[in-house]
Design a protein. Structure first.
Length: 361
């Protein structure tokens, strides 16, 4: 129904079956290159002309007739709303006169003259109704006012601004309630990621990590200062920290789900985008994929697979063993040639870390 030719063909057969406002909405959607009804400066800029058929009886349908464009006349839709008829404000004998001139003499000049007013009145009436309907903007994404309204609640005043982003516009606007809250909490991030990835998600806070100690925190022989060891000065070049990092756990996952969330996929890019949008750049993040035992097939020669991502050395047939993939700092979009794999004594688990300096999301 969104195609203009398909809609015109159906209107020619059963115009009276349509509800007026629904028909005008379909016409707008089928003609995205035309201006919306009721807002254009000239009727020629709109996709259809609106009018009224002069009748002395009450209409049994909201759409009374349809006339396709014939070269000299534009496409015309007649509605039951207008100046004429038993419901119109003009005297009934004037409706009888216009009807007689049109039916008996083939003179439609007066009828077409009144259609100048009918077109503007019906267009403005439809626009007043459409302005209060949030769903109307979905048919014309380039002119969706309600997307701007909802986006303003969460800092997206432009509404649909995520062209090329892994986060869909509708998903971003659907999360306006969480994004508009100034408080950022684990439950909110879990809700966003579960909706985006359609898998179970949990958060493990306070993940420990070693951070490089600044030079001024080290002890230097012969240097004078007010600090003391353990109270301003530290030994070594690293500091153990549990406040700057948390872990996002996905799973348990099957093989198909894990493939969708591996680095380099759109699913992993979506995770990075949601974390950056909701959490910001203040914390380090670690992504962990927990697989079901059956989702980790052993390595086979001649089969294209990635070690510790889609295949594992050894056996994972034990029901209590769950392979774990852990990706540190997802903002760096880890690639195979930029990472190293450390096996920690178990053939069914691995840890992938960057060889670069720590990078925050």
């Amino acid at each position: 129904m969104r195609d203009a030719l398909t809609l015109a063909a159906r209107l020619s057969r059963e115009a009276r079956q349509f509800e007026a406002f629904q028909l005008l909405r379909l016409i707008e959607c089928a003609n995205p290159d035309k201006a919306r009804l009721g807002v254009a400066a000239r009727p020629a800029q709109e996709p259809v002309r609106l009018g009224q058929d002069p009748e002395l009886r009450f209409s049994s349908a909201q759409v009374t007739s349809y006339a396709p464009a014939d070269g000299s006349m534009p496409e015309r839709v007649a509605l039951d709303f207008g100046l004429l008829g038993p419901q119109g404000p003009m005297p009934l004998h004037l409706t009888e006169y216009v009807r007689a001139r049109s039916r008996q003499h083939g003179d439609r000049a007066f009828e077409r003259f009144l259609d100048l007013f009918h077109h503007r009145m019906s267009g403005v009436r439809y626009r007043a109704w459409a302005a209060c309907q949030p769903v109307i903007g979905l048919g014309r994404r380039d002119d969706d006012r309600f997307a701007g309204y909802v986006g303003s609640l969460c800092g997206l005043a432009q509404g649909r601004v995520s062209a090329g982003s892994p986060i869909d516009d509708d998903m971003r606007l659907g999360a306006a309630g969480l994004l508009g809250d100034r408080r950022r909490h684990a439950a909110g991030l879990v809700a966003l990621l579960e909706r985006a990835c359609e898998v179970p998600v949990s958060i493990e806070p306070f993940i420990g990590q070693w951070l490089p100690a600044p030079d001024e925190a080290g002890v230097r022989l012969g240097a004078r200062g007010r600090g003391s060891l353990g109270e301003g000065y530290v030994l070594g070049r690293r500091i153990w920290d549990r406040q700057q990092k948390f872990r996002i756990v996905f799973g348990p996952l099957d093989a198909v789900q894990s493939e969708r969330l591996l680095p380099g996929t759109r699913g992993f890019s979506r995770i990075v985008a949601w974390v950056a949008l909701y959490v910001g750049t203040t914390l380090d993040v670690e992504v962990e994929l927990r697989l079901k035992p059956a989702a980790a097939p052993p390595m086979r020669l001649g089969v294209k697979s990635r070690l510790a991502r889609s295949t594992w050395l050894g056996s994972t047939n034990k029901s209590h063993e769950r392979p774990v993939l852990r990706f540190c700092r997802p903002a760096q979009c880890i690639e195979d040639n930029q990472a190293r794999i450390d096996l920690h004594g178990r053939t069914d688990s691995c840890r992938i870390v960057r060889q670069a300096e720590p990078h925050r999301l």
